[in-house]
Design a protein around this ligand. Structure first.
Ligand code: NAP
Length: 490
């Protein structure tokens, strides 16, 4: 079974190195959110398939853990090269199943591949250490070992990068993986799996179970003590569920969850730089990004100029199908996503916000919402507390540095915050005072494979990317060697 989109791409489950229909032989429809048309039918995996995936991963782990880091690095490097070569197809798949503009999908291929490249190198740096012991005849060695079989569950908003950010470090560490990608964007995941197979991955190193039964698949993996780590990116609600359930087998957890990013603009900021950054921080992926700027806090003295210039830019954004040239904003992923965005807009307007651009859902096929700017937003409005996940800028004002930080930190989330100022002292003070894991300082696009990405508070646990991203798949073990002796013999 394969889907034809001008090229062949897999639609079956990947288990133990084989493409299979799955136990139930049922299928799941993949839809294009820009047209609401069926794009493909893929295998709809069942709990039995999820168990078969674990069996395969357990077998693969037994030998993969014994490979040298250089062998792992070479496999990842070959995967990286194949992903780069397949750039056009991967980008097209992402635009078709997620809706994002093709240029953004192309940028996501670069971003996704960068994790594979980074961890191909970082594999070689899983260093241990020796520690001076309290007794002269003893030696203490600290070793790093792979955590074991890893279960990864990923969202639809970055269909490629959220997978490589987990699978590449897991493979680098010596782990085997069972993956359940989002049911709305499975085609990108399956193609990445096919490319890893072509790179020469041993059977069972990566197993992919696409399914409409996320909870049941997760239950199988949570109940199996041989699965030693759950790595999840998605909503905070599902993250909390997984955390509770993982306690049963004390599985390790990494959780990359929701955000409610403040975007703080001081009067001394360079307004051109700030607005360029805001367009990216807000409208990338139609605002459906965990680090999307949700609340824009502008110092009172410059708010009028800010609103005029920002509204002009927002009105200039072209909305449409991602495959059309010049489109800057695609559709929301589905009707539920669009409803939530409209609910935030309507709630803000009912409570006194002022519309300066957009404000409506577009009629016809596709889940489109106009790029929108709301002024005079206040803390009673939903948009100031919940993640909007849509193309809406909500502007509120502040008077002092202290007040800006208080408003910015007034949320249970703590993923990303943005800060715009040309005053170096203020930049340090405010960056240190913000309770967030990622700070964009005069930067609207802080995500990168070399930096440790993750959130404070309800935005998650653990970090992905950088050295920390590899650490998440390693256990620490020490060997206390009691009888080395003192001085030289003979
Ligand atoms: P979601 O509903 O939590 O889904 C994420 C994944 O979990 C999907 O594969 C989904 O499967 C699966 N899932 C759903 N219910 C589950 C359950 N009870 N048990 C186990 N798995 C379950 O989130 P989403 O709407 O796809 O993604 C948007 C959220 O992800 C936003 O909150 C966003 O901020 C967050 N996010 C965070 C980061 C970060 O790095 N912090 C990055 C990207 C996105 P189905 O697709 O089959 O439902």
């Amino acid at each position: 079974m394969s889907v034809t989109l001008g090229f062949q791409s897999p639609t079956q489950l990947l288990i133990d190195g084989k493409w299979v229909d799955g136990e139930g032989r049922r299928t799941l429809v993949v839809e294009n959110p820009a047209t609401q048309q069926e794009v493909a039918r893929i295998a709809d995996g069942t709990p039995k398939d999820a168990r078969a995936a674990v069996e395969a991963a357990v077998q693969a782990f037994a030998s993969w853990r014994q490979t040298s880091v250089y062998e792992r690095s070479r496999l990842l490097r070959r995967w990286f090269d194949l992903v780069e070569q397949d750039r056009e197809n991967l980008a097209r798949l992402m635009t078709i199943e997620n809706g994002k503009p093709l240029s953004e999908a192309d940028a996501e291929v670069t971003y996704a591949a960068s994790f594979i490249e980074w961890f191909a190198e970082e594999a070689k740096r899983a260093y241990g250490r020796t520690v001076p012991a309290t007794r002269a005849e003893k030696r203490i060695l600290v070793l790093r070992s792979p955590v074991g079989v890893v279960a990864a569950i990923t969202p639809w908003n970055f269909p490629a990068a959220m997978i490589t950010r987990k699978v590449a470090p897991a493979i680098a560490a010596g782990c085997a993986v069972v993956l359940k990608p989002a049911s709305q964007t499975p085609l990108t995941a399956l193609r990445l799996g096919e490319l890893l197979e072509q790179a020469g991955a041993p059977a069972g190193l990566l197993n992919i179970v696409t399914s409409s039964q996320a909870r049941k698949i997760a239950d199988v993996w949570l109940d199996d003590a041989r699965v030693r780590k759950i790595t999840f990116t998605g909503s905070t609600g599902v993250g909390k569920f997984l955390m509770e359930r993982a306690a049963g087998n004390m599985q390790r957890l990494s959780l990359e969850l929701g955000g409610q990013a403040p975007f703080v603009v001081f009067a001394d900021a360079d307004l051109g730089v700030t607005l360029d950054a805001l367009m990216v921080a807000k409208f990338r992926n139609g605002g459906q990004s965990c680090i999307a700027a949700n609340r824009v806090l502008v110092e009172e003295g410059i708010v009028d100029e800010f609103l005029v210039k920002a509204s002009e830019r927002v009105r200039g954004l072209r909305v449409g199908q991602g495959l059309e040239p010049g489109v800057a904003v695609g559709p929301m992923i589905d009707a539920v996503g669009r409803e939530k965005v409209m609910e935030h807009i309507e709630d803000a307007l009912a409570r006194g916000a002022r519309l300066t651009a957009g404000g409506s859902a577009l009629p016809g096929a596709g889940y489109f919402v106009e790029p929108t700017l709301l002024a005079d937003v206040n803390s009673d409005m939903k948009i100031m507390h919940e993640e909007t996940f849509g193309p809406v800028i909500a502007v509120t004002t502040f008077q002092t540095e202290k007040q800006a930080v208080e408003i910015a930190n007034a949320t249970e989330f703590g993923l990303a915050a943005y800060l715009f100022t040309q005053d170096a002292g203020r930049a340090w003070r405010v960056a240190e005072a913000l309770d967030y894991g990622v700070i964009g300082l005069n930067d609207g696009l802080p995500s990168t494979s070399q930096a440790p990405f993750g959130g404070f508070k309800e935005s998650g646990i653990g970090r992905e990317g950088a050295q920390e991203g590899l650490d998440g798949f390693l256990e620490t073990k020490y060997v206390s060697w009691g009888s080395v002796g003192i001085g030289l013999g003979g």
